[in-house]
Design a protein around this ligand. Structure first.
Ligand SMILES: Cc1ncc(COP(=O)(O)O)c(C=O)c1O
Length: 422
């Protein structure tokens, strides 16, 4: 049963309520390993479904374009203050609707159409919004892209520096969507300083690890920090942009009125809740546990013959090239989903296959750590993954079904925020 309960929805729109209840059960029964997902707390769920959704509040606290902001202003200010204190930044804007609009606001703040922006190439682990060709950021600006080193699978800062010196980007993005290794923020900052670029750290994936002290912070190195709030940070779907005092006005103007209208106040409130939670000792332990689980899983997968991009992980994320398993990423991800193990197919660096049918899978430990799984469980998870991939190659659906049952049995002992057995 969904928690908080949804009796009014069930009465008024049973068709939709049934789908939502089924999704809650699905999330309970599956080993959710999509690296960008998590389970938010029931307090976050409550905050995001309140009457705050009824209110329009274009502008910023004290400078709104509609009346009736007596309570919205302190809610948004609370979220901002919590972001500033949690990450130790001068300025925070909590209004971006999601990670992609947050990054677009950065372009609007610092670039003119056609200006040069440097980011990690998408197939190397960068995000679409870091200047990839199909994104507005790649169409309307002049993108130059760095890669990972073919041998090590890691970013080579000498190569990044050479490219930056040759291309003189105005903005450099670091961080990404499939980067299993620690981002060297001081190293990127030195390059950005040398070429006079604004350094943007996109910490969407690792924000929770940074908040919990399990990954170095970009604060003091990056001029601007963008993040989603819904991945390791364990908040609602949303985003924030943090910046040094120097760039505060440019960022705020870019978000509103540059790119957006009214902020989603229910999301702002839920972000405030998540930021309070992320400042607790419990969350610190959680962040370290996410990393320990990923390390244990990487070791176990390697023992089962999986080839990991860069040889392992420093954070919550693992990228595996399945070429050595004689299966492509997509059929493997689909079989794993049938076995109750949910992850996504993904390109690996220097992939010879196409993005819609790539060689790899990407997985992460943020959600299963929220459920309470520990390093002890990781050898079992790796063994299930190995057995499922082998079964998929033989069309052995009986084995896949058996594993799905075993996954469900294990997870029954680990409560899920947002769900209670009826
Ligand atoms: C590094 C990074 N930046 C930005 C985004 C965009 O976030 P959203 O999907 O909320 O637009 C993502 C999403 O996965 C991401 O991984």
């Amino acid at each position: 049963m969904h928690v908080p309960p949804i009796p009014h929805l069930t009465a008024e729109d049973p068709q939709l309520a049934t789908l939502i209840e089924a999704e809650a059960t699905r999330q309970h029964d599956k080993l959710r390993m999509i690296a960008s997902e998590n389970y938010v707390s029931e307090a976050v769920l409550e905050a995001s479904s309140t009457v705050l959704t009824n209110k329009y509040s274009e502008g910023y606290a004290g400078k709104r374009y509609y009346e009736g902001q007596q309570l919205i202003d302190p809610i948004e200010t609370l979220a901002i203050d919590r972001a500033k204190s949690l990450f130790g930044v001068d300025h925070a804007n909590v209004q971006p609707y999601s990670g992609s609009p947050a990054n677009l606001a950065v372009y609007l703040a610092f670039l003119q159409p056609g200006d040069t922006v440097m980011g990690m190439a998408l197939p190397m682990g960068g995000h679409l919004t870091h200047g990839w060709s199909v994104s507005a950021t790649g169409k309307w600006f002049n993108p130059v892209r760095y890669a990972v080193n073919r041998e090590t699978g890691r970013i080579d800062l000498d190569e990044v520096r050479d490219l930056a010196l040759a291309e003189r980007p105005k903005v450099i993005f670091c961080g990404g969507t499939a980067v299993p290794r620690t981002i060297d923020f001081p190293g990127f900052a030195a390059i950005a300083r040398e070429v006079g670029a604004v350094l943007v750290a996109d910490i969407a994936h690792i924000a929770g690890l940074i908040a919990g002290g399990a990954h170095p912070s970009p604060v003091g190195h990056a001029d601007v920090i963008t993040t989603t709030t819904h991945k390791t940070l364990r908040g609602p779907r949303g985003a924030m942009i943090m910046a040094t005092a120097e760039h505060a006005t440019a960022i705020d103007k870019a978000v509103f009125p540059g790119l957006q209208g009214g902020p989603h106040n229910h999301t702002t409130a839920a972000i405030a809740v998540a930021l309070r939670e992320a400042g607790t000792q419990d969350f610190r332990r959680y962040a370290h546990h996410v990393v320990a689980n990923a390390a244990a899983l990487a070791t176990a997968l390697t023992e089962h013959g999986f080839t990991l991009s860069s040889g392992g992980t420093d954070n919550h994320l693992i990228l595996a090239d399945l070429t050595s398993k004689d299966i492509a990423g997509k059929p493997a991800a689909q079989a794993l989903d049938r076995a109750g193990i949910e992850l996504n197919y993904n390109t690996v660096p220097y992939d010879t296959r196409k993005p819609f049918d790539p060689s790899g899978i990407r997985l992460g430990t943020a959600a299963l750590t929220t459920r309470g799984l520990t390093e002890e469980h990781m050898p079992q998870v790796a063994a299930w993954m190995d057995e499922t991939v082998a079964a998929a190659l033989k069309d052995d659906e009986a084995t896949i079904d058996r594993i799905a049952g075993e996954v469900r049995d294990l997870l029954a002992a680990f409560p899920m925020p947002g769900y209670r057995a009826a």
